[in-house]
Write a protein that binds this ligand. Sequence first.
Ligand code: NAP
Length: 316
Amino acid sequence: MSRTKLLQIGSMSDRMRDALAEAFEIDVLSEQSDRASFLAERGGDYPAIVTTAGLPGDVLDAAAKLRVVSSFGVGYDSIDASACAARGIKVSHTPDVLNDEVANTFVMLWLAVSRDLLGSERHARSGAWASEGSYPLTRSIQGRRVGILGLGRIGQAIAERCKVFDAEIHYHSRSRKDVPYTYHDTPAALAEAVEVLVAITPGGAETEHLVDAEVLTALGPDGLFFNLARGSVADEAALIEALLNGRIAGAGLDVFEAEPKIPDALKEMENVVLLPHVGSATHETRAAMGDLVVRNLLQWQEDGTVVTPVPECRDL
Ligand code: NAP
């Protein structure tokens, strides 16, 4: 049986490659010495793309035969899904299999910021405990008012975990949900009502700077902000300003506006915990995401459908 031509964008695990190799003949975009000539001469040969790094415009423009894009990750702000849908190209992503991991990463960050995990660990490791005495008291996460900006699949998993800490849960989404949590009409109204604000919306133009200076001021000088959504969702300059001037108390950030670059101002702050976009990055969850990427492609090859299309492509 002849294998279907598949263009790989970004890196792929051995497990994914092994699972796809029987059905697909895989070429890797980053291995081509001259990207522009490769796309001009062969970009139109591929009916299928697998990507862990979005879908660049030059690839889409060149992809005359493209029918399916299987993307690794639930967020797909680096893929023009509307343009793909208009051309009848099915785009799939990996929802749900990472909800628990990303929610767990939020809990890890929340505890690290509130209990000053890194400062107290340094105190123990450096010998300062013996020379200077006990570490200063920190803030409990128990019984807090928590605001979830984006009560979707991951937002709901975060809410479940917050219940364990007796949190009072508030949220803002585009739409009100049938849940026993308090809804607020705007991000600023949500921030005003809570002590801990976590952003977990998609990225892209619609959510750009949803968390701005007004929202941070509303969160207040005792407030903590967490971003596990996308760097674009928070106005990073306003966030730095709010942290420097005590408009909020601290932050835990997994995502940044110009990844993998992180502003030096954030790196220098003691009241901030920084992660290199690792919300879903465990062996187990990344394997489950990879398996779903593979299932989407194998099902497409079998009957032309994908298991988990993005909303824009559900009617194709
Ligand atoms: P989801 O189920 O689609 O939930 C997204 C939520 O955001 C929904 O509640 C949605 O509101 C809300 N939302 C969308 N646009 C909004 C807007 N303009 N204003 C207010 N709320 C808005 O997605 P998910 O599976 O939970 O994933 C959410 C996002 O998390 C991903 O898109 C990605 O950016 C991020 N993520 C990050 C990591 C990481 O490693 N840090 C890992 C995975 C995902 P409605 O319910 O009203 O539509």
